[in-house]
Design a protein around this ligand. Structure first.
Ligand SMILES: Nc1nc2c(ncn2[C@@H]2O[C@H](COP(=O)(O)OP(=O)(O)OP(=O)(O)O)[C@@H](O)[C@H]2O)c(=O)[nH]1
Ligand SMILES: [Mg+2]
Length: 283
């Protein structure tokens, strides 16, 4: 589910989040490892007043070298951060261990809540913790009526996540959020999005492109250095039979092929946020 954020929504979500944070020891900030800067909430410092553990989800889909580099970067900034694959079996234990190390002298199981922008794996994590212990739900009610505590793996987890809004202000960030499906597909033109992704891959991950689609030959009349060009999407469309009557490439269909290949990992392990671009940023 994707939520349209309006100032009123943000104010309400912020107030609810601040109420819920009063009841926990720490916030688990879920961030997509493929966009470790772009999938953070811009108002985080002000919003999350409790100790924070940053969890880089989908690390199985991200470039391992860049994941390491981002972790080092965040640690230097004083953040606690771990990478996980929520589809794997180890994630919950790794998270529990990291949370416990934040509270070495605590006698009871630490109370935590999951926060993050859409699609970062909040529900997946909550379900994994719940399932592992047979969905045993604690008796202590959360601050919001109907909210409950889930016990599992030595944690007490608030059963519903704090949904944060992503950064909208920057067109580049919006594209990355759309490519990773954190914002709705209809928001941005699919062909434009796929062309942006292909241009990025052509620059940073050319071997992944070739492995998936074979050599892409630049048509004679096209300047290969023109980063806005359609040629890669057209070539892929041709190879994949995304054609309309008359043999014209259906760019929207070709875009779906490329975006789906990225999202499912068929293009390999890729990270869209480059550390060097964010060197001067605060996060
Ligand atoms: N490969 C992989 N997929 C993951 C991982 N974590 C979550 N996913 C997938 O990502 C998608 C989104 O996960 P959700 O748990 O629904 O994310 P969410 O944060 O609850 O999303 P919203 O409810 O929209 O805010 C699902 O298809 C998950 O299966 C991960 O670590 N690795
Ligand atoms: Mg969810």
């Amino acid at each position: 589910m994707t939520i349209q954020w309006y100032p009123g929504h943000m104010t309400k979500a912020k107030r609810m989040l601040q109420q819920e944070l009063k009841t926990v020891d720490a916030a688990l900030e879920l961030v997509d490892a493929r966009i470790p800067a772009s999938s953070r909430n811009p108002d985080l410092e002000e919003l999350i007043t409790k100790p924070r553990l940053m969890i880089l989800t989908k690390s199985d889909l991200a470039d391992p070298q860049l994941t390491d580099a981002w972790i080092e970067h965040y640690k230097k900034n004083g953040e606690s951060v771990i990478p996980v694959d929520l589809s794997g079996g180890q994630a919950v234990a790794e998270i529990a261990r990291a949370v416990k190390s934040m509270f070495p002298s605590m006698r009871r199981d630490p109370r935590v809540m999951v926060v993050g922008v859409p699609n970062v794996g909040k529900s997946t994590l909550i379900n994994r913790i719940a399932r592992r212990k047979g969905a045993k739900v604690g008796a202590r009610p959360g601050v919001t009526r109907g909210k409950q505590w889930i016990r599992g793996s030595g944690l007490q987890l608030l059963d519903s996540p704090g949904i944060l809004w992503p950064k909208f202000e920057d067109q580049e960030i919006a594209r990355k959020l759309a490519v990773t499906a954190a914002i709705r597909d209809e928001v941005l033109d699919q062909a434009e999005l796929a062309i942006w992704l292909l241009t990025f891959l052509h620059e940073y991950y050319p071997q992944n492109l070739t492995e998936r689609y074979g050599e892409l030959s630049v048509p004679d009349e096209t300047n290969p250095l023109d980063s806005g060009s359609l040629w890669m999407l057209e070539e892929i469309g041709k190879k994949r039979g995304c054609l309309r009557s008359g043999g014209v490439v259906d760019l929207d269909q070709a875009a779906v092929v490329v975006l789906t290949d990225f999202r499912t990992g068929r293009l390999g392990r890729l990270t869209l946020d480059r550390l060097e671009e964010n060197n001067n940023a605060s996060n």
